[in-house]
Design a protein. Structure first.
Length: 269
């Protein structure tokens, strides 16, 4: 079973390249299931129902998110009925939407978990390690589901690596999002879980984490906030990983980065 996980889709440039290239990528790599982090797809801030539909239409099966999930007002309303859009699971009991669902595809039960880290991230979220430790008591590969893919949306590398280590042998893939920078430390951990610290960004890398560089740079000099940060709109790159899941164990057999187009292309493809 072949999975594709795409890093944070950033603004129009990111959306456009995913819409344009995903069908070819699915075909070329014989992908069976696609997950994409979409929390920056609406002008860098959140996601709309229409954008979800555009992404589903080109082959995305599940959209994950993170700290920007509520940036668009409408999201709180439609997330309750749209099970293919996840928000961080550790957002507290009673938050609209869910952070874990099981999807059926090719006769397999595929679980997707969306978590958010605690270090340098939004306050008032449940502490992610005890939270997932507790939840994993009910989620066993090959018993409750065939495959399990986990997006840990977090700022720091150690927290993401710790999550990989913690879930090693219990998930098909643990992958980080949020930093918009592909770490390329892709590997299969000791007990069979595929891992990369950050999937990178689908967007224009001629930018500061996807935002227009001039405005973003000014914010490191002064507290002036007169200009709005807007996503860079040049040629975009698709960044993510392809993972081959073993149908007998639910663990990973292979992981490789998929980086196509724009500024990053020449070095990796
Ligand atoms: Fe984020």
């Amino acid at each position: 079973m072949n999975f594709l996980f795409l890093g944070d889709i950033m603004g129009r440039a990111g959306r456009n390249i995913v819409v344009e290239k995903l069908p070819e990528i699915i075909k070329k790599y014989q992908i069976n299931f696609v997950i994409a982090n979409g929390e920056n797809s609406a002008g860098g801030y959140g996601i709309t129902e229409a954008i979800c539909e555009d992404l589903f239409a080109v082959g995305v099966d599940v959209i994950t998110s993170g700290n920007h999930i509520w940036d668009q007002k409408e999201t709180m309303d439609f997330i309750a009925k749209e099970k293919r859009l996840l928000r961080p699971w550790n957002y507290g009991e009673g938050t609209p939407g869910s952070g874990f669902e099981i999807y059926e595809k090719n006769n397999f039960k595929i679980g997707v978990i969306n978590l958010m880290g605690n270090v340098y991230m939004k306050k008032n979220t449940d502490s992610v390690f005890p939270f997932i430790e507790n939840k994993m008591r009910q989620i066993k590969l090959k018993k409750d589901l065939d495959f399990l893919l986990v997006d840990i949306h977090a700022e720091i590398t150690s927290e993401k690596q710790a999550m990989g280590y913690f879930l090693d042998g219990r998930a098909t893939l643990v992958i980080g999002t949020h930093t918009h920078t592909p770490t390329l430390d892709f590997r299969i951990l000791e007990h069979g879980t595929a891992y990369q610290t950050d999937a990178g960004m689908c967007g224009d890398y001629n930018s500061i984490i996807g935002m227009d560089s001039d405005v973003a740079l000014k914010r490191f000099f002064t507290q002036e906030r007169t200009e709005r940060l807007t996503p860079a709109s040049g040629e975009a790159t698709i960044s993510g990983v392809r993972v081959v899941g073993d149908i007998n164990t639910g663990l990973a057999k292979e992981i490789e980065p998929i980086i196509i187009g724009g500024r990053l292309t020449k070095k990796f493809i």
